[in-house]
Design a protein around this ligand. Structure first.
Ligand code: C2O
Ligand code: CU
Length: 523
């Protein structure tokens, strides 16, 4: 089905179609891009632990034209960090050298639908896809990762993911530490077999809870340790785990000072959000402003994920159910194989403060607030459910092209989208992501948020992913600006691959979009 020939045709067709206007009223600039990259996904074997090398999938990138510093290579399986500037015109040639279909999604970035990495654009082994977009997002910490339907969890797990950092000139005026005093931490958990290999899905528990690992890797490295100067740092934290939710805190009890969430810096009206800990669900990001100068020279401090039990009940219940279904021995065995549960204490990374003199930090000036809309003209409602090991939105599962009436949003007008996690089946939290927009969380009803996680939820700023708890209702304000077929889904990658994903259509011209899709596929 995924023949090489078909996908080369697809690539040619999609490259050619990029020269035509993307949407009525806004023709794609015919000018040459500022930056041209090639991004290749391919198998590799790297040394993570002593002994046998680990089989991974790995993104590599090279600059074909433009700033060489747009690609910062990684020394592990993790993809290189792409550093883009706001306003830059970018073209990226993606080459799929994995053995499965793949496509790249720029998580959190607002790009034309054709450049969004929708699974309908997936290319087979040997296939290529050309992306073209202008960087419209503000400075912030974004991600890129695969998005082929049914293979996303596996490909991310084996290593396909990377950071995408957007910078802009205005950042200097905010008094933030410069790029030399920034640290990015991509946080992932992996189950590691005796021969140093990543162990992906093993049991039906993995489809249910998502794959949880027993080892934390930061930037692809176990036991991550950083040496820092006694001064302020900008720390970018990204949860790129398939399913694990972290409760991140400093081991010495100092508060977390959050200056940015998923889609850029908080505004001066919101201010720095100071929390005892931060709850970070899969593919959410936060940026912290951390003054290591407030600790004595030589001090060691760890970033940890604190234990919590609120979600463990579900694990326990499932363990019991499985035990009942398969007999004690089997249930016990499965429990034993599972590794640390969702709420277990984990060490994420260690920081050692050097003994040089404390550098005073500048005053922070967060950007001016933009008007936050509180009501939309339009309203849609989505009920989440998880039953028979599968997730549903309004009773539906993923279909490649289908869009229901309650999945259509007008362009350039506000819609209040209510998600209600009270459908039939298993009560569980889900990290929900919407493509193609940056949204505001207007309200959460509370529901069954465990008391010990409550203070760590940060809904401030512009978000692209939010965590919804059992029995909770969350209202978000969405205003699409790019027309076309995008998607929303649970970002627990096993739930996503299991079909807890749907299309959403921005703008009216459905017929034209579907035609456009046929052109791209060359059908
Ligand atoms: Cu980060 Cu649809 O994904
Ligand atoms: Cu989910």
């Amino acid at each position: 089905m995924w023949t090489r020939r078909r996908f080369l045709l697809t690539a040619a067709a999609s490259a050619a179609s990029l020269t035509v206007p993307l949407s009525a009223g806004r023709a794609l600039a015919r000018e040459e891009p500022d930056l041209v990259l090639r991004l290749t996904a391919a198998p590799d074997r790297i040394s993570i632990w002593r002994g046998t090398g680990t089989e991974v999938l790995r993104y590599r990138a090279e600059v074909l034209r433009g700033r060489q510093d747009a690609v910062r290579p990684s020394s592990s399986y993790l993809g290189p960090t792409l550093e883009l500037k706001r306003g830059e015109r970018v073209r990226i040639h993606f080459v799929n050298r994995t053995g499965d279909p793949s496509i790249v999604h720029w998580h959190g970035m607002i790009v034309p639908d054709r450049a969004d990495g929708h699974p309908r654009h997936a290319v087979g082994p040997g296939g290529e896809y050309v992306y073209e977009f202008t960087v419209r997002n503000p400075a912030g910490t974004y991600l890129y990762h695969p998005h082929p339907h049914g293979f996303t969890g596996k490909q991310v797990y084996y290593g396909l993911a990377g950071l995408l950092i957007v910078r802009e000139r205005e950042e200097r005026a905010y008094g933030l530490p410069g790029p030399e005093h920034e640290l990015s931490l991509v946080i992932q958990d992996r189950r590691v077999g005796r021969d140093n290999q990543f162990v992906f899905k093993r049991t039906m528990m993995d489809d249910m809870n998502g794959v949880l690992g027993d080892t934390v890797l930061v930037n692809g490295v176990p036991d991550a340790a950083f040496k820092v100067s006694p001064r302020s740092y900008r720390l970018r934290l990204a949860n790129v785990s398939n399913a694990r939710i972290y409760k991140l805190a400093w081991s010495d009890g100092r508060p977390m000072r959050v200056i940015a969430t998923d889609n850029g810096l908080l505004s001066s009206a919101e201010g720095v959000q100071t929390r005892p800990y931060v709850v970070l669900a899969p593919f959410e990001r936060v940026e912290l402003l951390e003054d290591f100068g407030e600790r004595r020279g030589g001090a060691e401090v760890a970033l940890v994920s604190r234990a919590f039990s609120g979600l463990e009940m579900m694990d326990g219940m499932m363990g019991g159910m499985m035990g009942g279904m398969m007999g004690r021995g089997m249930g016990g065995m499965m429990g034993g194989m599972r590794g640390p549960g969702q709420g277990d204490e984990l060490l994420v990374a260690r920081f050692t403060v050097s003994t040089e003199a404390h550098a005073r930090s500048e005053a922070l000036r967060l950007p001016e607030p933009v008007r936050i809309p509180h009501e939309g003209k339009h309203a849609i409602y989505t009920q989440l459910a998880f039953r028979h090991m599968r997730g549903f939105f309004n009773g539906r599962r993923f279909e490649m092209e289908a869009v229901a009436d309650d999945e259509r949003l007008p362009l350039n007008e506000g819609t209040v989208w209510t998600f209600s996690n009270d459908g039939p089946g298993m009560p569980m939290p889900h990290p929900i992501h919407i493509h193609g927009v940056r949204f505001r969380v207007l309200e959460r009803s509370g529901g069954d948020i465990p008391e010990e996680l409550r203070e760590g939820l940060i809904d401030a700023g512009y978000k692209d992913t939010f965590l919804i708890f059992p029995d909770e209702r969350v209202r978000v304000h969405v205003m699409p600006t790019e027309p076309g077929l995008f998607m929303y889904h649970c970002h627990n990658l096993e739930h996503e691959d299991g079909g807890m994903m749907r299309n959403c259509l921005f703008g009216e011209n459905t017929a034209a979009l579907i035609r456009n899709k046929r052109n791209v596929d060359g059908k």
